[in-house]
Design a protein around this ligand. Structure first.
Ligand code: GLA
Length: 392
């Protein structure tokens, strides 16, 4: 569904649920990271794009009293509605999914952005738990809705950081800044090269009609994803300490080799991934600027192997997708493929020839089913625009 179609759908659903039309509508996209994985919390570079999948929220002032609460209903079946009381300090609570919105509302209130009671309808087309940042989309959508309601604008960097803080403090996930930044700052037909240290951004055009981004959802999510992430962060900090640098952004492959014998073997491999991945990301940005697709594709494969072998955040299903894609090769229209996002399941991303996308999708889907017994979900997306107010 396009954004206008989504807006029309949400207006209809809101009217059905609350018996009147919504006054405000906001949308924020999910993202796929083309390259630069597990580099954001190491002050490195990332190169994601926003995708044409969105969290959308429609709202009106609360009709019922007490009107000092925000009610959020989800259009998906079986999702428990949330009521967030604004009369008391906003704290983490139930249902669990509401913590992304709770955290953002708390952050907005602390900045004097006070929406008052609201009736909200949420509709998301970002696959949940697929490594496409459905949670960042929900956070950024909540912040954008509050901007629409109050007429107060939050500076984009501050908005992304506010959403990241919500994820840290209300969802207990010590994420980096990539997901929230791209959901706020995405631009149509552009990737976002983000320097996670300086927070400077560069929009890298990606509008060559001969290539397309294909997203392959393995439809598995291994439990490890939550617990392993903070462990990786700590291992990176340990490596930086051994190297005597503030973060792995400041380290080089040579410096790492020099301390290899006094570094724990696992910590060494984690650092090798991060140092290599930061370089690969900068090279990939150059490759994209030059439309050098074979080079970008090779960097994507290299990124995957490094995430699989050194960082150990891949899984059998993601490896199967990448192997199949590599088997198809450039001849069959695949330039490169890698896991995307935090890992342990979720999605892979492939750079493919646009003309071959249907044949490639059929082949990956069939071979993945044969190899794993699991049905995958595939879709392609152009780089999309960041969060927007659709009505208000
Ligand atoms: C998750 C986090 C991001 C980033 C990626 C890995 O998506 O939310 O901040 O660390 O994992 O690149």
């Amino acid at each position: 569904m396009t954004l206008p179609e989504l807006a029309a759908h949400v207006i209809q659903q809101f009217t059905k649920t609350y018996g009147r039309a919504p006054r405000w509508i906001a949308a924020a996209p999910g993202r796929v990271n083309v390259i630069g994985e597990h580099t954001d919390y190491n002050d490195g570079f990332v190169l994601p794009m926003a995708i044409e999948r969105y969290a959308v929220m429609a709202a009106d002032s609360a009709s019922s009293s007490p009107s000092s609460s925000i009610s959020i209903r989800d259009t998906a079946e079986g999702v428990e509605p949330a009521t967030i009381d604004l009369a008391a300090p906003v704290k983490p609570g139930k249902p669990k999914w509401s913590n992304y919105s709770r955290g953002v509302i708390a952050g907005c209130l602390a900045r004097g952005i006070s929406p008052g009671g609201l009736d909200v309808l949420l509709h998301s087309t970002v696959p949940l738990g697929g490594g496409l940042s459905s949670s960042a989309a929900l956070e950024v959508c909540t912040a954008t809705l509050l901007e629409a309601v109050t007429g107060q604008q939050i500076d984009p960097v501050e908005k992304a950081l506010l959403c990241q803080q919500a994820e840290h403090e209300f969802a207990g996930m010590p994420c980096g800044i990539m997901d929230q930044f791209i959901s706020v700052m995405g631009r149509e037909n552009h990737l976002l090269l983000l320097d996670c240290r300086s927070r400077q951004t560069e929009l890298v055009p990606m509008n060559d009609p001969s290539v397309a981004i294909l997203i392959i959802n393995t439809n598995v999510k291994h439990e490890l994803s939550g617990s392993e992430y903070p462990t990786r962060r700590k291992q990176c900090e340990a490596a930086a300490k051994t190297l005597g640098v503030p973060s792995l952004r400041d380290a080089t492959a040579d410096a790492l080799e020099r301390v290899r014998n006094k570094t724990d073997e696992v910590v060494y491999r984690r650092a090798r991934h991060v140092i290599g991945e930061i370089e690969r990301t900068l090279h990939a940005a150059e490759g994209i600027r030059a439309s050098n697709w074979p080079t970008v594709g090779q960097l994507m494969y290299a990124s995957h192997y490094s995430l699989r072998d050194d960082y150990e955040v891949s899984c059998a299903e993601l490896d199967a997708v990448v192997e199949i894609a590599e088997g198809i090769g450039i001849k069959g229209g695949v330039y490169g493929c890698r896991m995307t996002g935090g890992g342990f399941g979720g999605c892979a991303v492939a750079l493919v020839k646009a003309e071959a996308i249907d044949a490639i999708s059929r082949e990956i889907s069939a071979d993945y089913k044969t190899k794993t017994g699991i049905e995958s979900t595939l879709f392609s997306s152009r780089p999309a625009a960041g969060a927007t107010i659709l009505k208000g």
